[in-house]
Design a protein around this ligand. Structure first.
Ligand code: FUL
Length: 641
């Protein structure tokens, strides 16, 4: 018998009320990470090691004409560096096998400009081998940086160099065991030595290096290796690698940080590396990069500027804690060892991290969720704390803003919460919040605009026995897989990192030869946020333009410091300079001339040391060129005595 129309309507209404339970897992949302990318996200903290000719020449970028004989570490020990990396809480290390200066630190067949020409191990050394072996021995993952830009190679800009570069990559991924990440620097400056021909060579980063071939070389030999950087355009779309730059060299990524990008150029917003692109069509997670010191290479004058555990924790929260990875640079000194200040800071930071995450106070708690997918036990909220990273709490498709109450076994004090998403199903959630139950009511203590691989929420310590995790916004049902409640100790502000002294500028006067400009005093006001700027009064002023410092009395100058403007723009940031000294303010002697390397990506204080100390009362700094716009600026100028 066919049901009558009213009966049919009643049956339909009843089945809507009791919708069939969602028994299958939630469908993925947007792009999802490959197995390789998933592995990469699971190991978010590792070291960078910048070591090479610059260590010996006190530079950040070598010009390419460095004599390999200068590369002479006297006590190099990869095991010391690897041990400090491990102590710092990292489980991988990426070594700069070749930086922009072009010296290959392994015995490559691709160019004679390599380690065999150095005195290191009497020309028989292989730093890549030593790092790879030390990592293996200590159970660390090993990775490689090999600079695309090569200021030494005579054929840079032509096909000869690309061939040599591909050969270098082939050697590095064939002869040294597993490589977990290859780092392809985006820097592509212009001028260099280029086999003695010198001059400036411009290439197109996306087109010149043959990224498609490079990927094939790596994929066929190291299928698990994550490729960082090295994107190329084809048919109007950008083909991204496995992971991307976090958008600054300060280590942090945006508070909102999506692991997705758009291959369609028109869909990109501002600061793409920092924030990613919501609803992008490619998975490409962010990696924050930063050095434990201001520069990437070791400089003696930075021994007292090693980041403290407290600073490292702040960076960690703003990278790893925002779903990104963090690569922390540890530059060995001229001995080929990490300086004792870096070692001490790393050990203290590692101890701090281990203590912070030692005890998940949510283990053993009882969980009660507003919804569980299909009412199924294997989708329940207790999956948030089980040992399996990938078991998750799923809700029904229609439930996008669920919450879960967590009752701890007893009142606990905590200041840190970790939340993880099951990113195998994409990055889904667009808002989470955590409340505690206090004096009979819920109080919000932390929130975040997205989660991803992991989110860390840090807040002043609270004591409670009941918490609530709320998903406040999500386009689809959420898939959360991790929840941790921790009490992190105070991260040490360490003594060993050195005390930074403010320079005493009493009696100093400063002037400029730029007509109509009267804000030179801002370059010695001790305030990093104000700056001298020749643009202020007369547009694009051109070069050269000078600042002259009268120190009031003769002093012995070892060099000078220059802090670029700190407001984030490259306009007027001086990247080429000349420094002269004078005893009487009339007769001048050149003390130094050169470039402020890497100042665009890493606008930290620059220290220029003279060949020998000079006695002088006057110091003239002449700007010869700037990164953008034809004018000059400095936030601060100082002296090194
Ligand atoms: C930059 C380079 O120019 C720096 O020297 C450094 O290697 C940093 C990690 O990347 O782009």
């Amino acid at each position: 018998m066919r049901p009558s129309a009213p009966l049919l309507l009643t049956l339909l209404a009843a089945s809507a009320l009791h919708a069939a339970p969602d028994t299958s897992p939630p469908a993925p949302y947007g792009p999802t990470p490959s197995a390789r990318q998933l592995k990469w996200h699971e190991n978010p903290f590792y070291a960078f090691v910048h070591f090479g000719p610059n260590t010996f020449t006190n530079r950040e970028w070598g010009f390419g004409d460095e004599d390999p004989q200068k590369f002479n570490p006297t006590a190099f020990d990869a095991r010391q560096i690897v041990a400090a990396t491990k102590a710092g809480g990292m489980n991988g290390l990426i070594f700069t096998a070749k930086h922009h200066d072009g010296l290959c630190l392994w015995p490559t067949k691709s160019t004679p400009h390599n380690i065999t020409k150095t005195p290191f191990r009497s020309g028989k050394g292989d730093l890549v081998r030593e790092f790879a072996d030390a990592c293996k021995a200590e159970g660390l993952r090993y990775g490689v940086y090999v600079s695309p830009w090569d200021r030494n190679h005579a054929d840079f800009g032509g096909p000869g160099y690309v061939q040599a570069y591909h050969r270098q990559i082939t050697e590095l991924v064939s002869n040294y065991g597993p490589v977990f990440e290859m780092w392809f620097d985006g820097a592509c400056g212009g001028d260099g030595y280029y086999g003695g021909k010198k001059g400036s060579r411009q290439i197109s980063y996306n087109e010149y290096y043959g990224w498609k071939t490079i990927r094939e070389i790596i994929r066929t030999r190291q299928p698990d290796c994550a490729i960082w950087g090295g994107q190329y355009d084809e048919a109007g779309r950008t083909h991204y690698a496995d992971a991307r730059w976090g958008g600054s060299e300060k280590g942090h990524v945006g508070e909102t940080c999506w692991s997705t990008l758009s291959s369609d150029k028109s869909k990109r917003g501002e600061r793409v590396g920092h924030h990613g692109v919501r609803d992008g069509d490619v998975w490409c997670g962010a990696e924050g990069d930063v050095s434990i010191r201001p520069g990437w290479f070791w400089h003696e004058h930075e021994n007292s500027k090693v980041k403290t555990p407290a600073k490292l924790w702040q960076i960690y929260l703003q990278s790893v804690g925002r779903g990104a990875n963090l690569i922390l640079n540890l530059p060995p000194d001229k001995r080929g060892l990490l300086h004792e200040n870096d070692v001490a800071s790393l050990k203290a930071f590692g101890d701090f991290l281990r203590a912070a995450f030692a005890n998940n106070l949510a283990k053993g708690a009882s969980f009660s969720a507003s919804n569980v997918r299909g009412g199924r036990r294997d989708c329940g909220p207790d999956r948030l704390v089980d040992a399996d990273r990938w078991s998750a709490w799923y809700t029904d498709d229609a439930v996008t803003t669920p919450s879960v109450e967590i009752t701890l076994t007893k009142p606990e004090t905590f200041n840190l919460i970790q939340i993880g998403e099951d990113i195998r199903l994409g990055q889904r959630v667009e808002g989470v919040a955590v409340d505690i139950f206090e004096n009979g009511d819920w109080r919000e203590i932390a929130k975040a605009p997205c989660v991803g691989a992991r989110r860390l929420l840090s807040f002043p310590a609270v004591t409670a026995s009941k918490l609530r995790l709320r998903v406040t916004k999500s386009p689809v049902c959420p898939a959360l897989s991790d929840f941790g409640v921790f009490l992190a100790p105070e991260p040490p502000e360490a003594e060993f990192a050195g005390k930074l002294r403010k320079q005493d500028r009493t009696g100093w006067k400063i002037s400029t030869d730029h007509p109509g400009n009267n804000n030179a005093a801002k370059a010695i006001d001790g305030n990093p946020d104000t700056f001298w700027n020749t643009h202020a009064n007369s547009g694009e002023s051109g070069f050269p333009v000078s600042l002259t410092l009268d120190l009031g009395k003769a002093r012995t100058l070892k060099g000078f410091t220059a802090l670029p403007r700190q407001d984030g723009t490259a306009h007027g940031v001086v990247d080429r300079f000349r420094a002269e000294t004078s005893e009487d303010g009339k007769t001048w002697t050149k003390a130094a001339e050169g470039e402020f390397s890497n100042i665009r990506a890493n606008p930290v204080e620059q220290t220029v040391l003279f060949e020998a100390p000079v006695k002088a009362r006057h110091l003239r700094i002449t700007a010869l060129h700037s990164l953008e716009k034809n004018h000059a600026s400095f936030a601060e100028i100082g002296i090194v005595e």
